[in-house]
Design a protein around this ligand. Structure first.
Ligand SMILES: [Zn+2]
Length: 101
C-alpha cells in the first residue's frame, strides 16, 4: 500500500477526529495530520511517508492487555523451570539496603 491509498479527509476537523482514535498500523505510534492536495491526510510520526495504514487505539489497547495477560500466564507456567522467575518479592527496606543506603 502506498501513501495514495491512505485515507484523505476533506476537513482538518475530520482528520483530527480520526487522528485521535487511530494509530499507525505498523508501529502503533501516534499520527499527525498534514495537508495533501485538496484535503488532509493522517501520517505516522515515525513511518512518515511509509505509513501503510491505521488501526484503532481501542484495538491496540486490547492487544496490549492480551499480551500482558499472556506474559503473566507464561511467567507463572515457566517459574518452576526458570530460576530468575522464582525470586522472592523483596521489601522496600531490603532493596534500599542492597543499594547501600
Ligand atoms: Zn508507524
Amino acid at each position: 500500500m502506498n501513501l495514495h491509498q491512505l485515507q484523505v479527509f476533506e476537513s482538518q476537523f475530520d482528520a483530527c477526529d480520526f487522528q485521535q482514535s487511530h494509530v499507525c498500523a505498523t508501529c502503533w505510534r501516534p499520527l499527525v495530520n498534514r495537508p495533501d492536495g485538496e484535503g488532509w491526510i493522517c501520517q505516522c510520526t515515525e513511518c512518515k511517508e511509509e505509513t501503510r495504514g491505521y488501526v484503532t487505539r481501542k484495538y491496540v489497547d486490547k492487544r496490549i492487555e492480551q499480551s500482558v495477560a499472556f506474559a503473566r500466564a507464561a511467567r507463572v507456567a515457566l517459574a518452576p523451570y526458570v530460576p530468575f522467575l522464582q525470586q522472592e518479592k523483596r521489601t522496600e527496606a531490603q532493596n534500599i539496603s542492597e543499594l547501600g543506603f
